[in-house]
Design a protein around this ligand. Structure first.
Ligand code: TAP
Length: 458
């Protein structure tokens, strides 16, 4: 009998659906189908692969509202965010639909002949996705991997498989061959590990926690298999006294409480220049209190629930012994509609650099605020973490913005804004935040290996 798991709506704590849990043999069978589908896919003319990906994008766009509603239900994402995410998947597919015709190799001058390089697809790529942004993160892997001529097997997180399952169905509806893009539901320790150990999966893309990512990387090393890792973060939001403080304070809640803080790029440390510290907190408090936490299906909601009861306990545990400055609101437990959801109010904590709350990733709506003395101290504190994913710098001094953005060891920084993700610019982390880059103009090439061929002419 096939084992199953129950998908829960985090807004109501009620079950949504039972999903089959694939075992190793079923995973192997999907990989075997992918091997066959990849050969035909890679032999198509580039324009045919481009057209197929555009067709997939059109079908996703036509089902964007359905995908968004599914994400609201399965992940508790506010409907406005979920709509953005569904459209983003279509945009990522459209962007990488341009890649098959642009994956040019080189012609290198040599004596006695001609030397050219080819970007060969790996074959089958295994993609392991976390629960926080189920469809967007999936698309960052599958769109460029397919564009480069690979087949994809994709494992969504058990907590949030519904949009990935639907994307797999939409791929077939769009005309992609059976086996070319297969979504396999099941546990990380079985399906995910099989991607790592199976000899026919030639590259792995993993997004998730740093601890599991290190295990995945170690397993891939044993197989000499390339791996891309997108892991955790403890990103700094640096606010200098010369910044537009009103603007910086108004933007700060969105930078950390978006998706209930379950965002690897969350600016979960706000570092404020000491001379502006009190004023900044005064401005931050009303912005945090105005952050609307509630039913994600409601158009006016900024933030929904956390993903699970156990994750809520983990997040709450981070507050033990901390100095809470102020909190926003969340639906009360006696709310008849929403009381059983995994609610957690946005929380602002005053911290010292050595505090756990200032060092570890909470992955919830909690932000630590710390003062700094000068530019050098700001860079030192920003870098005083194992992570290096994202960060923001608020200053009206251009020279300082350049110096600090070069000094902070993070993969994705933004000045006077909190943007992190544009599909046409590179994304990824330094240090314990990851290995390799996703998105941007070069992502399809990262799903290929270079072949060099010399043709003798004499
Ligand atoms: P993980 O527990 O690491 O899970 C991520 C994915 O890996 C899930 O699909 C999980 O499957 C699977 N997995 C678990 N154990 C595995 C194993 N031994 N081998 C192979 N796959 C395995 O993380 P999470 O709780 O889902 O996500 C939260 C963490 O991810 C946070 O630390 C966050 O910062 C990080 N994250 C980073 C990014 C980027 S872009 N850098 C984006 C999102 C999240 P199951 O279904 O069994 O859990």
């Amino acid at each position: 009998m096939t084992s199953t798991f129950t998908v829960i709506d985090p807004t109501t704590a009620r079950p949504i659906r039972e999903i089959a849990r694939a075992d190793e043999a079923q995973t192997d069978a999907a990989i075997a189908r992918a091997v066959v589908a990849q050969r035909s896919w890679a032999s198509l003319p580039p324009v045919a692969r481009a057209d197929a990906l555009r067709a997939f994008a059109r079908v996703v766009e036509a089902h964007a509202e359905e995908l968004a509603q599914l994400e609201v239900r399965n992940s508790g994402h506010p409907i406005g965010s979920a709509r953005w995410e569904a459209s983003h998947v279509a945009q990522v597919l459209n962007f990488y639909a341009g890649a098959p015709e642009r994956l040019s190799g080189q012609q290198i001058p040599v004596a006695g002949g001609m030397d050219v390089t080819f970007h060969e697809p790996y074959g089958v790529v295994g993609i392991i996705v976390p629960w926080n942004f189920p469809m967007t993160i999936a698309s960052w892997g599958f769109a460029p991997a397919l564009a480069a001529g690979n087949a994809v097997v994709l494992k969504p997180a058990e907590l949030t498989p519904l949009t990935a399952i639907r994307l797999g169905e939409l791929a077939l509806e769009a005309g992609l061959a059976d086996g070319l893009f297969t979504v396999i539901t099941g546990s990380g320790s079985v399906v995910g590990q099989r991607f790592v150990s199976h000899p026919d999966v030639r590259k792995v893309v993993f997004t998730g926690s740093t601890s599991v990512g290190m295990d995945v990387a170690a397993g891939c090393a044993r197989e000499l298999k390339p791996v891309t890792l997108e892991l955790g973060g403890k990103s700094a939001n640096l606010v200098f006294a010369d910044a537009d403080l009103e603007k910086a304070a108004a933007a700060a809640p969105g930078a950390v409480f978006d998706n209930a803080g379950q965002d690897c790029c969350a600016r979960s440390r706000i570092l404020v220049e000491r001379s502006a510290y009190d004023r900044f907190l005064e401005l931050l408090e009303p912005a945090v209190r105005a952050w609307r936490v509630g039913d994600p299906a409601d158009e006016g909601t900024d933030m929904g629930p956390l993903i699970s009861a156990s994750h809520r306990s983990t997040v709450a545990g981070f507050l033990d012994g901390t100095n809470v400055a102020f909190r926003g609101s969340a639906p009360a437990s006696d709310d008849p509609m929403l009381g059983d959801g995994f609610w957690f109010p946005p929380t602002v904590v005053l911290a010292e650099p050595h505090d756990r709350i200032a060092r570890e990733e909470v992955f919830g709506p909690v932000v630590a605020v710390l003062p700094f003395d000068d530019e050098a101290d700001a860079i030192r504190l920003a870098n005083d973490t194992a992570y290096g994913l994202a960060g923001s710098i608020w200053t009206e001094n251009l020279g300082r913005a350049v110096r600090v953005s070069r000094g902070v060891k993070s993969g994705v920084l933004s000045v006077n804004s909190h943007s992190s993700v544009r599909y046409w610019t590179p994304f990824g982390g330094m240090k314990a935040s990851g290995l390799g880059r996703e998105l941007g103009p070069d992502a399809a090439e990262h799903f290929t290996e270079t072949k060099n061929v010399f043709f003798a002419t004499e």
